[in-house]
Design a binder for this molecule. Structure first.
Ligand code: ADP
Length: 261
Protein backbone atom coordinates (compact mmCIF):
# COMPACT_ATOMS: atom_id res chain seq x y z
CA UNK A 1 0.00 0.00 0.00
CA UNK A 2 1.30 3.46 -0.77
CA UNK A 3 2.47 5.34 2.23
CA UNK A 4 0.61 8.58 2.54
CA UNK A 5 2.15 11.16 4.69
CA UNK A 6 1.67 14.85 5.07
CA UNK A 7 4.38 17.40 4.41
CA UNK A 8 4.95 18.11 8.07
CA UNK A 9 5.67 14.48 8.97
CA UNK A 10 7.89 14.12 5.94
CA UNK A 11 9.89 17.21 6.82
CA UNK A 12 10.27 15.98 10.40
CA UNK A 13 11.50 12.61 9.13
CA UNK A 14 14.02 14.18 6.80
CA UNK A 15 15.26 16.38 9.61
CA UNK A 16 15.58 13.41 11.92
CA UNK A 17 17.48 11.46 9.26
CA UNK A 18 19.85 14.38 8.73
CA UNK A 19 20.36 14.74 12.45
CA UNK A 20 21.11 11.05 12.91
CA UNK A 21 23.63 11.19 10.10
CA UNK A 22 25.28 14.21 11.64
CA UNK A 23 25.52 12.44 14.97
CA UNK A 24 27.02 9.44 13.19
CA UNK A 25 29.61 11.61 11.44
CA UNK A 26 30.39 13.43 14.68
CA UNK A 27 30.88 10.10 16.44
CA UNK A 28 33.20 8.90 13.68
CA UNK A 29 35.14 12.14 13.84
CA UNK A 30 35.56 11.83 17.61
CA UNK A 31 36.66 8.21 17.24
CA UNK A 32 39.18 9.19 14.60
CA UNK A 33 40.57 11.92 16.88
CA UNK A 34 40.71 9.41 19.70
CA UNK A 35 42.56 6.90 17.55
CA UNK A 36 45.09 9.50 16.41
CA UNK A 37 45.64 10.69 19.95
CA UNK A 38 46.08 7.13 21.17
CA UNK A 39 48.66 6.34 18.50
CA UNK A 40 50.48 9.57 19.26
CA UNK A 41 50.59 8.71 22.94
CA UNK A 42 51.75 5.16 22.31
CA UNK A 43 54.69 6.12 20.14
CA UNK A 44 55.63 8.81 22.62
CA UNK A 45 55.63 6.32 25.52
CA UNK A 46 57.72 3.79 23.59
CA UNK A 47 60.27 6.32 22.36
CA UNK A 48 62.06 6.99 25.65
CA UNK A 49 62.89 3.37 26.58
CA UNK A 50 63.70 2.55 22.95
CA UNK A 51 66.17 5.42 22.67
CA UNK A 52 67.74 4.31 25.94
CA UNK A 53 68.26 0.77 24.68
CA UNK A 54 69.54 2.06 21.35
CA UNK A 55 71.98 4.36 23.12
CA UNK A 56 73.55 1.62 25.22
CA UNK A 57 73.81 -0.83 22.34
CA UNK A 58 75.51 1.71 20.09
CA UNK A 59 77.91 2.77 22.82
CA UNK A 60 78.81 -0.88 23.35
CA UNK A 61 79.37 -1.42 19.62
CA UNK A 62 81.44 1.75 19.42
CA UNK A 63 84.02 0.30 21.79
CA UNK A 64 82.58 0.24 25.31
CA UNK A 65 82.42 -3.55 24.91
CA UNK A 66 86.19 -3.81 25.48
CA UNK A 67 85.86 -2.93 29.17
CA UNK A 68 84.35 -5.87 31.01
CA UNK A 69 82.83 -3.77 33.80
CA UNK A 70 81.32 -1.18 31.48
CA UNK A 71 80.01 -3.95 29.24
CA UNK A 72 78.07 -5.52 32.07
CA UNK A 73 76.70 -2.22 33.32
CA UNK A 74 75.50 -1.14 29.87
CA UNK A 75 73.98 -4.51 29.10
CA UNK A 76 72.08 -4.38 32.40
CA UNK A 77 70.76 -0.92 31.55
CA UNK A 78 69.73 -2.01 28.06
CA UNK A 79 67.97 -5.02 29.58
CA UNK A 80 66.13 -2.72 31.95
CA UNK A 81 64.96 -0.64 29.01
CA UNK A 82 63.67 -3.76 27.27
CA UNK A 83 61.86 -4.83 30.47
CA UNK A 84 60.23 -1.44 30.55
CA UNK A 85 59.12 -1.73 26.92
CA UNK A 86 57.54 -5.10 27.64
CA UNK A 87 55.80 -3.68 30.71
CA UNK A 88 54.34 -0.80 28.67
CA UNK A 89 53.22 -3.12 25.88
CA UNK A 90 51.49 -5.43 28.38
CA UNK A 91 49.60 -2.45 29.82
CA UNK A 92 48.70 -1.27 26.32
CA UNK A 93 47.38 -4.68 25.46
CA UNK A 94 45.29 -4.78 28.61
CA UNK A 95 43.86 -1.26 28.19
CA UNK A 96 42.95 -1.99 24.55
CA UNK A 97 41.08 -5.11 25.61
CA UNK A 98 39.34 -3.22 28.40
CA UNK A 99 38.38 -0.34 26.14
CA UNK A 100 36.85 -2.46 23.42
CA UNK A 101 35.07 -4.45 26.08
CA UNK A 102 36.84 -7.62 25.03
CA UNK A 103 37.56 -8.82 28.51
CA UNK A 104 35.30 -11.05 30.45
CA UNK A 105 35.43 -11.36 34.18
CA UNK A 106 36.07 -14.70 35.83
CA UNK A 107 34.02 -14.16 38.92
CA UNK A 108 34.56 -16.19 42.07
CA UNK A 109 34.43 -15.77 45.85
CA UNK A 110 37.78 -15.04 47.42
CA UNK A 111 39.33 -13.65 50.58
CA UNK A 112 40.33 -10.03 49.95
CA UNK A 113 42.56 -9.99 53.04
CA UNK A 114 44.61 -12.86 51.67
CA UNK A 115 44.85 -11.10 48.31
CA UNK A 116 46.13 -7.91 49.94
CA UNK A 117 48.67 -9.94 51.85
CA UNK A 118 49.88 -11.53 48.56
CA UNK A 119 50.23 -8.11 46.96
CA UNK A 120 52.22 -6.91 49.99
CA UNK A 121 54.55 -9.91 49.70
CA UNK A 122 55.16 -9.20 46.02
CA UNK A 123 55.85 -5.50 46.56
CA UNK A 124 57.69 -5.59 49.87
CA UNK A 125 61.14 -5.36 48.26
CA UNK A 126 60.14 -2.44 46.08
CA UNK A 127 58.71 -0.63 49.10
CA UNK A 128 61.73 -1.41 51.28
CA UNK A 129 64.06 0.20 48.72
CA UNK A 130 62.34 3.48 49.52
CA UNK A 131 62.02 2.73 53.23
CA UNK A 132 58.25 2.50 52.87
CA UNK A 133 56.30 0.24 55.23
CA UNK A 134 53.28 -1.64 53.86
CA UNK A 135 50.74 -2.01 56.64
CA UNK A 136 47.30 -3.42 57.20
CA UNK A 137 44.99 -1.12 59.08
CA UNK A 138 43.61 -3.98 61.14
CA UNK A 139 44.68 -5.48 64.43
CA UNK A 140 43.77 -9.06 63.63
CA UNK A 141 43.00 -9.43 59.93
CA UNK A 142 40.24 -12.01 59.54
CA UNK A 143 39.13 -13.34 56.16
CA UNK A 144 36.62 -11.17 54.30
CA UNK A 145 35.06 -12.89 51.32
CA UNK A 146 34.18 -10.84 48.26
CA UNK A 147 32.90 -11.61 44.77
CA UNK A 148 34.86 -10.60 41.71
CA UNK A 149 37.62 -11.48 39.29
CA UNK A 150 40.46 -12.28 41.67
CA UNK A 151 43.26 -11.78 39.16
CA UNK A 152 41.88 -8.43 37.99
CA UNK A 153 41.34 -7.19 41.54
CA UNK A 154 44.92 -8.22 42.29
CA UNK A 155 45.95 -6.03 39.35
CA UNK A 156 43.93 -3.12 40.81
CA UNK A 157 45.57 -3.50 44.21
CA UNK A 158 49.00 -3.89 42.67
CA UNK A 159 48.64 -0.73 40.58
CA UNK A 160 47.42 1.30 43.57
CA UNK A 161 50.09 0.04 45.94
CA UNK A 162 52.83 0.52 43.30
CA UNK A 163 51.67 4.12 42.87
CA UNK A 164 51.64 4.67 46.62
CA UNK A 165 55.27 3.55 46.65
CA UNK A 166 56.28 5.57 43.58
CA UNK A 167 54.62 8.78 44.74
CA UNK A 168 54.92 8.12 48.46
CA UNK A 169 57.53 9.87 50.56
CA UNK A 170 60.85 8.33 51.48
CA UNK A 171 60.43 6.25 54.68
CA UNK A 172 56.68 6.74 54.54
CA UNK A 173 53.80 4.33 54.97
CA UNK A 174 51.24 2.71 52.69
CA UNK A 175 48.20 1.63 54.56
CA UNK A 176 45.50 -0.69 53.24
CA UNK A 177 42.18 -1.19 54.96
CA UNK A 178 38.95 -3.03 54.27
CA UNK A 179 35.74 -1.82 55.83
CA UNK A 180 32.08 -2.74 55.67
CA UNK A 181 30.26 -0.08 53.71
CA UNK A 182 26.59 -0.86 53.23
CA UNK A 183 24.93 -4.21 53.76
CA UNK A 184 26.56 -6.12 50.91
CA UNK A 185 29.56 -3.96 50.10
CA UNK A 186 33.04 -3.40 51.39
CA UNK A 187 35.38 -0.53 50.65
CA UNK A 188 39.10 -1.08 50.18
CA UNK A 189 41.34 1.90 50.84
CA UNK A 190 44.96 2.43 49.83
CA UNK A 191 46.44 5.43 51.63
CA UNK A 192 49.88 6.98 51.39
CA UNK A 193 51.53 9.98 53.00
CA UNK A 194 53.34 11.07 49.88
CA UNK A 195 53.40 14.04 47.56
CA UNK A 196 49.64 14.24 47.07
CA UNK A 197 47.77 15.51 44.00
CA UNK A 198 46.44 19.03 43.39
CA UNK A 199 42.68 19.24 43.10
CA UNK A 200 42.61 20.34 39.47
CA UNK A 201 44.13 17.01 38.42
CA UNK A 202 41.82 14.73 40.36
CA UNK A 203 39.08 14.52 37.72
CA UNK A 204 41.50 13.69 34.92
CA UNK A 205 43.72 11.27 36.83
CA UNK A 206 42.00 8.15 35.51
CA UNK A 207 42.42 9.11 31.85
CA UNK A 208 44.96 7.01 30.04
CA UNK A 209 48.41 8.62 29.75
CA UNK A 210 47.39 11.46 32.05
CA UNK A 211 50.19 12.47 34.41
CA UNK A 212 50.44 15.21 36.95
CA UNK A 213 54.15 15.72 36.60
CA UNK A 214 55.17 14.69 33.11
CA UNK A 215 58.89 14.29 33.70
CA UNK A 216 58.69 13.13 37.30
CA UNK A 217 56.47 10.13 36.79
CA UNK A 218 58.17 9.05 33.61
CA UNK A 219 61.37 8.89 35.61
CA UNK A 220 59.48 6.60 37.98
CA UNK A 221 58.94 4.31 35.04
CA UNK A 222 55.19 3.88 34.72
CA UNK A 223 53.19 3.52 31.52
CA UNK A 224 50.70 6.25 32.43
CA UNK A 225 48.01 3.59 32.13
CA UNK A 226 47.87 2.24 35.68
CA UNK A 227 44.90 4.23 36.90
CA UNK A 228 43.00 3.94 33.60
CA UNK A 229 43.31 0.16 33.93
CA UNK A 230 42.18 0.33 37.57
CA UNK A 231 39.09 2.35 36.65
CA UNK A 232 38.10 0.02 33.80
CA UNK A 233 38.40 -3.08 35.97
CA UNK A 234 36.37 -1.57 38.82
CA UNK A 235 33.68 -0.33 36.45
CA UNK A 236 33.52 -3.71 34.73
CA UNK A 237 32.58 -5.02 38.19
CA UNK A 238 29.89 -2.31 38.41
CA UNK A 239 31.75 -0.88 41.37
CA UNK A 240 33.09 2.57 42.14
CA UNK A 241 36.53 4.08 42.53
CA UNK A 242 37.32 7.25 44.49
CA UNK A 243 40.31 9.44 45.11
CA UNK A 244 40.98 12.01 47.78
CA UNK A 245 44.24 13.85 48.05
CA UNK A 246 45.94 16.76 49.70
CA UNK A 247 49.21 18.18 48.39
CA UNK A 248 52.18 17.25 50.62
CA UNK A 249 49.90 15.27 52.94
CA UNK A 250 49.03 12.23 50.85
CA UNK A 251 46.48 10.41 48.76
CA UNK A 252 43.78 7.86 49.33
CA UNK A 253 42.41 5.70 46.54
CA UNK A 254 39.42 3.56 47.44
CA UNK A 255 37.11 1.17 45.65
CA UNK A 256 34.03 -0.84 46.49
CA UNK A 257 33.50 -4.58 46.14
CA UNK A 258 30.56 -6.88 46.60
CA UNK A 259 30.66 -9.17 49.62
CA UNK A 260 30.06 -12.82 48.85
CA UNK A 261 26.84 -14.26 50.15
P1 ADP B 1 51.95 6.36 35.94
O1 ADP B 1 52.15 6.15 37.41
O2 ADP B 1 52.51 5.27 35.12
O3 ADP B 1 52.36 7.71 35.45
P2 ADP B 1 49.08 6.08 36.55
O4 ADP B 1 47.90 6.01 35.64
O5 ADP B 1 49.27 4.96 37.49
O6 ADP B 1 50.35 6.30 35.63
O7 ADP B 1 48.97 7.43 37.38
C1 ADP B 1 48.70 8.65 36.71
C2 ADP B 1 49.30 9.83 37.46
O8 ADP B 1 48.60 10.03 38.68
C3 ADP B 1 50.74 9.65 37.87
O9 ADP B 1 51.63 10.03 36.83
C4 ADP B 1 50.85 10.56 39.07
O10 ADP B 1 51.07 11.88 38.63
C5 ADP B 1 49.47 10.50 39.70
N1 ADP B 1 49.38 9.57 40.86
C6 ADP B 1 48.91 8.31 40.86
N2 ADP B 1 48.92 7.77 42.09
C7 ADP B 1 49.41 8.72 42.92
C8 ADP B 1 49.67 8.79 44.34
N3 ADP B 1 49.43 7.75 45.15
N4 ADP B 1 50.17 9.95 44.82
C9 ADP B 1 50.41 11.01 44.01
N5 ADP B 1 50.18 11.01 42.67
C10 ADP B 1 49.70 9.88 42.12
Amino acid sequence: APVTTDMKTLTAEIEKFAKDKKVEIDTLRIREEYRKEFLGNVSHELKTPLFTVQGYIHTLLDGAMEDKKVRKKYLQRAAKGVDRLIYIIKDLDLITKLEIGDLHLEVSDFDIIELISNVFDLLEMKAAKKGIALVFDMDYPKPIYVRGDKEKIQQVLTNLVVNSIKYGSQDGTTEVSVENLIKNKVIVRVTDNGEGIAEEHLTRLFERFYRVDKSGSRKEGGSGLGLAIVKHIIEAHNEKIYVESVIDVGSEFSFTLEKSK
